[in-house]
Design a protein around this ligand. Structure first.
Ligand code: BTN
Length: 332
C-alpha cells in the first residue's frame, strides 16, 4: 500500500476500534469492513502503537482500543472537537523551526481560515521583540492560528488581547489560580509567565491580508526545565497546579474559547469582551513604564480601550499605546 492509502486506513481503523473502547475487533472483520488485506490491518495497528496509541490484543489476535496518547496529533486534536471553523484544518508536526513561520507560508497559499499549525517542539520558536520562545519538546503547546479577519489593520492588536482572554479563561476553568493578562499578550499564573502570544500581520492600508496568531503555552514543564534566564519569571500549568494536564484536552478547550471570542471580536471588536479582559488585567491601577523600542513613557495604567490599546495616565494626560514592553514600577 502507498503511504497516503496507509494513512487513510490507519485513520479508519483507529476510528473503528475507538468507537467502542475495550471491545475486541477481529483482524478478519476489520479487513473485510475496510476491504484490505489482514496484513494491512496488522501493519497499521503496529504503526498506531508506535505512535503511542494503546491497543491491546486478545489470544485470538483481535484488537481493542485502550487509550490515546497525549500527543499533539491532528487526529487527536480534531477528535470530537466542538468548533465550527477553528482547528478544522490541522497541520501537526513533531518539530518545526517556528509554527508561525509555517503558518505564514500556508496563509500565503490560501489555507482556510481557522487552520492551525501545532508542533511538539520548535527549533527557533519566536518570541516578541526578537526573543526566542523556549519550546521544550512534548511539554508545551506551540500553536499558530491562520485568520483572515475583515478588520482595519489598526484593530489587529486587539486580536492579541482577545487571544489572551480566551487563554486566561481556559486556564481559569482548571483550578482557582491567580490568572492575569499582562498587556498586551502575556498570561501569568501566580505572577509568573505561563504563556505568550506573538501576532504577525500582513496588511495594506485599510485591509488585512492575513493574521498569524502564535501562542506558546507552558503546560507540563517542571520548574527545573526552564533555562536560568527565565527560571525566576516563567511557570507552567503543571508547576502551579502540582499535577500534569492533558494537553489535547487543554488545546480543545482553548480552541472552543478562541472561536467563541473570535466570532464576537469580528462582529464588534473588543467592546463586548472588555469587561472580562479588565477582570484579568494585571496592570490596571499600577505605575508602569512602557518601552517602545528605545522610547520610554512612564504613567499609571488606567484602562484597555476597545482597540486593545493600553491607556496610560501620564504627566501630559491620558494616552493610548498600541505596543510596547511594560514594566511594573515598584512603589517609591
Ligand atoms: C512572547 O514573546 O511572549 C510571545 C511568544 C510566542 C511563542 C509562540 S510558540 C508558537 C508560535 N510560534 C512561534 O515561533 N512563536 C509563537
Amino acid at each position: 500500500m502507498i503511504n497516503e492509502a496507509l494513512n487513510t486506513l490507519s485513520d479508519q481503523i483507529l476510528a473503528a476500534i475507538r468507537r467502542r473502547p475495550n471491545r475486541f475487533h477481529s483482524v478478519e472483520a476489520l479487513a473485510r469492513a475496510h476491504q484490505c488485506e489482514k496484513s494491512d490491518i496488522v501493519f497499521v495497528v503496529d504503526l498506531l502503537r508506535q505512535t503511542g496509541y494503546e491497543i491491546s490484543a486478545d489470544r485470538t489476535g483481535a484488537y481493542a482500543f485502550v487509550a490515546a496518547p497525549d500527543l499533539l496529533l491532528a487526529a487527536e486534536i480534531t477528535h470530537h472537537l466542538k468548533t465550527t471553523m477553528i482547528g478544522k484544518t490541522v497541520y501537526a508536526y513533531k518539530s518545526v523551526q517556528s509554527t508561525n513561520a509555517v503558518a505564514t507560508q500556508l496563509a500565503q497559499v490560501g489555507a482556510p481560515e481557522g487552520t492551525i499549525v501545532v508542533a511538539e517542539s520548535q527549533t527557533q520558536g519566536r518570541g516578541r521583540l526578537g526573543r526566542r520562545w523556549f519550546s521544550l519538546p512534548q511539554a508545551g503547546i506551540y500553536l499558530s492560528f491562520i485568520l483572515y479577519p475583515a478588520i482595519d489593520p489598526i484593530k489587529a492588536p486587539g486580536l492579541s488581547v482577545m487571544t489572551a482572554l480566551a487563554l486566561a479563561d481556559t486556564i481559569a476553568a482548571y483550578d482557582s489560580m491567580d490568572i492575569q493578562i499582562k498587556w498586551p499578550n502575556d498570561c501569568l499564573i501566580n505572577g509568573r509567565k505561563a504563556a505568550g502570544i506573538l501576532t504577525e500581520l500582513s496588511a495594506e492600508v485599510g485591509k488585512v491580508h492575513y493574521v498569524i496568531i502564535g501562542v506558546g503555552i507552558n503546560v507540563n514543564h517542571h520548574r527545573r526545565d526552564f533555562p536560568p534566564e527565565i527560571a525566576r519569571t516563567a511557570t507552567s500549568l503543571r508547576a502551579e497546579m502540582k499535577e500534569p494536564v492533558r494537553r489535547i484536552e487543554f488545546l480543545q478547550r482553548f480552541l472552543i474559547a478562541f472561536e467563541h471570542d473570535y466570532h464576537r471580536f469580528q462582529k464588534s471588536g473588543l467592546k463586548p469582551l472588555r469587561k472580562r479582559i479588565l477582570r484579568y488585567a494585571a496592570l490596571i491601577g499600577k505605575r508602569v513604564s512602557l518601552d517602545m523600542r528605545g522610547r520610554t513613557v512612564t504613567g499609571t495604567a488606567v484602562d484597555i480601550d476597545d482597540d486593545g490599546n493600553l491607556i496610560l495616565d501620564t504627566p501630559q494626560g491620558l494616552h493610548p499605546f498600541n505596543a510596547g514592553e511594560v514594566t511594573i514600577l515598584k512603589k517609591q
